[in-house]
Design a protein around this ligand. Structure first.
Ligand SMILES: Cc1cc2nc3c(=O)[nH]c(=O)nc-3n(C[C@H](O)[C@H](O)[C@H](O)COP(=O)(O)OP(=O)(O)OC[C@H]3O[C@@H](n4cnc5c(N)ncnc54)[C@H](O)[C@@H]3O)c2cc1C
Length: 432
């Protein structure tokens, strides 16, 4: 046998699994298809890597979907505090930012990858890059792995840590789902999460979805899209309506980009919206530019501002439209004025407050795996032991990371999920 344990995938989950298994005394080999491990970590947090979140389990679990309870045991075995301690012991200093988010003190994702790799190697694991697995079989309690290179390897136990489907150029192309299904595991429907939502008419094609709501990020933006793009909104709220029912409201910041509506609040609503769009539901998002101000107060403020502008000597020669633009400029970022006017032709001072608090966007689709942060859905947790992450169907087969039907919000929750499940799978496999 080549190794006690072979781990397929040298990402966040795979490298922590290798560390934990090797530390527990097993001989461990990681097979990673890319020329370097941890390619996805390299682009995480815009290259800064928001590596974990220090919230305690009660709060942390609110950010995990769809069944946070499945993660609880793994989290307690290797919590966010343990992640911090692990990196500190291995020489990486960290900093904590707003919202309990943790980053490497260097703000370099590459330092996180280097630390993970050196910790796994120091513990005794061997990491083989450029080693793409094409098939996994089990015979007489032994797993055989076929590599694209033609090589064959065997192990008593394997851990599948191949990640999800997002950013396939980083190496995660969903191979783990195929193997798990081959071993009889249920795969829960996968869809992109933490992704841009594309308002109707944002793209030149009219925002017509390709397939089930997927709209390529590369499509040229329409004039409307161009007017919205580049606007970064602070302290706004987004309310999601699905088939006419309000299902959630999120406060915070949001951005309009070449993809559509994203940023922290946009990402937080994306999971529900994408899922609804894929089910054929109608999705609208209401943007409130002044969530902290009540409608009546805003209306009064608008009246007062309008009066000030009207009596201001500098406005005397200006047309009604020009004065209205000045008013808008006092109520929203100047870059948003053109888009607001395009969206609300004919709005007058009397109705302005309502429009500002209730700017409705019909959502035509979403940006897909090519640029989403995480894959929702995956290998069903129903047939996996929560205590060990071993398959309940195939002894010796373990799963860790995003390949599982577990996904988190932005804020360090996804990497911590990968670290926690990687650690538990690695240690359980070694101790079995
Ligand atoms: C742009 C972006 C930014 C992000 N930012 C953050 C952030 O700041 N904080 C956070 O918590 N999360 C973030 N995430 C999410 C987080 O990076 C992932 O959830 C996490 O990396 C998942 O870890 P994993 O080990 O399960 O999978 P991956 O990191 O995807 O690793 C899977 C590995 O398996 C390898 N592999 C796949 N198939 C095979 C095969 N057949 N043979 C051999 N190897 C194979 C792949 O090459 C890959 O290296 C971000 C994601 C993206 C895309």
């Amino acid at each position: 046998m080549d190794s006690d344990i072979i781990i397929v995938g040298g990402g966040a989950a795979g490298m922590v699994a290798a560390y934990a298994a090797a530390k527990s005394g097993a001989s461990v080999t990681v097979l990673e298809k890319m020329s370097r491990p941890g390619r996805k970590i390299m682009i995480s947090g815009k290259g800064r890597c928001n590596m974990t979140n220090l919230k305690d389990w009660n709060e942390f679990s609110e950010h995990i979907h769809p069944k946070a309870a499945f993660l609880k045991n793994a989290f307690y075995n290797f919590s966010s505090a343990d992640t911090l301690e692990f990196f500190r012991e291995n020489g990486l200093e960290t900093v904590v930012e707003r919202g309990d988010r943790v980053f490497p003190a260097s703000y370099k994702a590459s330092d996180v990858v280097d630390t993970l790799l050196s910790a796994a190697k120091k513990a005794g694991a061997s990491v083989m890059t450029g080693s793409e697995v094409s098939g996994i079989f089990r015979d007489d309690d032994i797993f055989t792995l076929d590599l694209v290179s033609g090589k064959r390897m065997t192990a008593a136990k394997i851990i599948i840590a191949t990640g999800g489907l997002s950013y396939p150029a980083t190496g995660s192309t969903g191979d783990g789902y195929r193997w798990a299904a081959g071993f009889g595991h249920k795969i829960r429907h996968c869809f992109p999460s933490l992704t841009a939502l594309v308002p109707a008419d944002y793209k030149v094609s009219g925002g017509v979805p390709q397939g089930k709501g997927h709209i390529s990020r590369d499509l040229t933006p329409s004039e409307l899209g161009k007017a919205l793009m580049g606007n970064q909104l602070k302290n706004i709220s987004l309310t999601v309506n699905i088939d006419g029912h309000t299902v959630m409201e999120e406060f915070g910041d949001a951005d309009f980009t070449d993809g559509g509506l994203e940023g922290p609040a946009g990402f937080r609503i994306s999971r529900k919206c994408v899922n609804a769009l894929e089910n054929g539901s109608k999705v609208t998002v209401c943007l409130d530019l002044k969530p902290a101000v009540k409608q009546e107060s805003l209306d009064r403020r608008i009246e007062n501002l309008w009066e000030e502008i009207s009596v201001d000597s500098r406005s005397q020669r200006k047309s009604q439209d020009e004065r209205f633009r000045i008013l808008l400029g006092k109520l929203m970022p100047s870059g948003l004025v053109n888009a607001f006017l395009r969206y609300h032709p004919g709005t007058d001072v009397r109705r302005l407050g309502k429009r500002i608090k209730n700017w409705e966007f019909r959502i035509a689709g979403y940006v897909g795996y090519e640029r989403c942060v995480v894959t929702a859905g995956g290998i069903s947790t129903d047939e996996i032991s929560q205590k060990t992450l071993e398959s309940k169907l195939i002894p010796g087969l373990y799963f860790a990371g995003e390949v599982l039907d577990l996904d988190g919000d932005t804020g360090g929750y996804n990497l911590q999920t990968a670290f926690s499940t990687g650690f538990l799978a690695g240690r359980s496999a070694a101790l079995k």
